[in-house]
Design a protein around this ligand. Structure first.
Ligand SMILES: Nc1ncnc2c1ncn2[C@@H]1O[C@H](COP(=O)(O)OP(=O)(O)OP(=O)(O)O)[C@@H](O)[C@H]1O
Ligand SMILES: [Mg+2]
Length: 228
């Protein structure tokens, strides 16, 4: 469960003060698939980054499974990032010289896990994103769609409660976007909670719930009937 209470992110101060996220109160239940939409600059990435602890909240609070994330520090914060959430970005952010297998294993190593258990988990995650045959390739040699699939495998390797995705299909063509959306659909069907920022109306309608932002505020919050 994710609970946002009066969440505000202020950039700058005085005359240049700007509220990128402005007083957002929102509850996301376990198992929900939520699309976050809105015009460019409406605060979508800022909101996701606040939930993912990549940016700090100015006012308000966010609790994730009852834990107030603003108060997490050091080891606790590292554990939260490593195990509670899986982040997928528009630009993939993979280590270019690493092989696919190495890249997907990193979060496991950071969590203190080594050896055969890791091999099995990585195999399973790569199978899920249909990349078993590219396991030994360096990530920089992969296509965009393949790179995003590696990023998803890496994001889910520690079995996080929440998957946060910021325009995961933003740099992909139609066919690759469809593949990625199908993976998210499967992850949701397996019971995972997903928050996905998207510009694509069709992708947004794959979610159960569509939250629309404008000027850092929620202007609509609609539940959909899933069509799959
Ligand atoms: N570090 C920063 N300093 C100052 N302003 C910022 C900073 N980061 C974001 N902003 C501003 O906050 C607003 C919201 O940005 P954000 O990246 O969340 O928008 P977005 O909805 O994700 O847009 P897009 O669809 O273009 O990705 C924008 O006006 C942006 O210029
Ligand atoms: Mg953005």
């Amino acid at each position: 469960m994710i609970n946002l209470r009066g969440v505000t992110k202020i950039y700058g101060s005085g005359q240049t003060e700007f509220r990128a996220v402005d007083d957002i109160t929102l509850d996301i239940s376990d198992g929900e698939f939520v699309a976050i939409v809105g015009k460019s600059g409406s605060g979508k990435s800022t909101l996701l980054n606040l939930i993912g602890t990549l940016d700090s909240i100015s006012v308000g609070s966010i609790t994730v499974d009852g834990e107030e994330i603003g108060s997490l520090k050091g080891k606790e914060l590292a554990r939260f990032r490593n195990q509670k959430i899986g982040f997928v970005f528009q630009n993939f952010y993979l280590e270019p010289e690493y092989t696919v297998r190495e890249c997907v294993e990193i979060p496991l190593i950071l969590a203190g896990s080594f050896g055969k258990e890791n091999t099995e988990k990585v195999d399973k995650a790569l199978k899920l994103v249909d990349l078993s045959d590219k396991m030994k390739s360096k990530t920089k040699t992969l296509s965009g769609g393949e790179q995003q699939r590696v990023a998803i495998a890496r994001a889910i390797i520690n079995d996080p409660h929440f998957i946060l995705a910021d325009e995961p299909c933003g740099n992909l063509d139609g066919k690759n976007s469809e593949n990625i959306m199908n993976i998210f659909k499967n992850l949701h069907a397996q019971g995972r909670t997903i928050l996905m920022v998207t510009h694509d109306e069709q992708d947004a309608h794959m979610a159960q719930r569509i939250v629309t932002l404008a000027d850092g505020r929620v202007i609509s919050d609609e539940k959909n009937t899933l069509f799959y």
